[in-house]
Write a new protein. Structure first.
Length: 135
């Protein structure tokens, strides 16, 4: 559903939030105080899984769990987007955890997207029939 999404955000170096958007209406699902050092990079990890019709979302910075929340109205499968005002991204991964340890770092896990944002990266796209192409 193009009108429904969730957003994980780091806000002004003071908090981490999980928001749900439905038909343009924002609902905050979770909020936690968080104060990263403004000059040091950190790892943001989001784990989302569905159990018995409820989405559970866990947000980590570095290896520290910042918040856990649930959503009883599960999101349909969809995409992942990155954004921010003056934000720098490096080494992004999207995948499926096959062994239930809430990471995608194990040999048996499926990595769907692994981007280093290096100078050799390529942008892939889709043709009119919906097939993935590598221009």
């Amino acid at each position: 559903d193009a009108n429904t999404s969730s957003k994980v955000g780091i806000k002004a170096e003071t908090s981490v939030t999980v928001d749900r958007y439905e038909n343009g209406k924002k609902t905050q699902l979770a909020y936690a105080t968080y104060s990263p050092h403004p000059m040091l990079p950190f790892t943001l990890r989001v784990a989302m899984y569905n159990n018995a019709g409820t989405d559970t979302i866990k947000v980590y910075t570095n290896s520290d769990l910042q918040l856990t929340t649930t959503d009883d109205d599960p999101l349909p499968p969809g995409g992942v987007a990155f954004g921010g005002n003056g934000t720098l991204w490096d080494d992004a991964k999207v995948g499926h955890d096959n062994n239930g340890d809430y990471d995608i770092a194990d040999d048996g896990d499926d990595i769907i997207w692994d981007e280093s944002f290096g100078s050799t990266s390529k942008t892939v796209s889709y043709d009119h029939a919906g097939n993935l192409i590598d221009p």
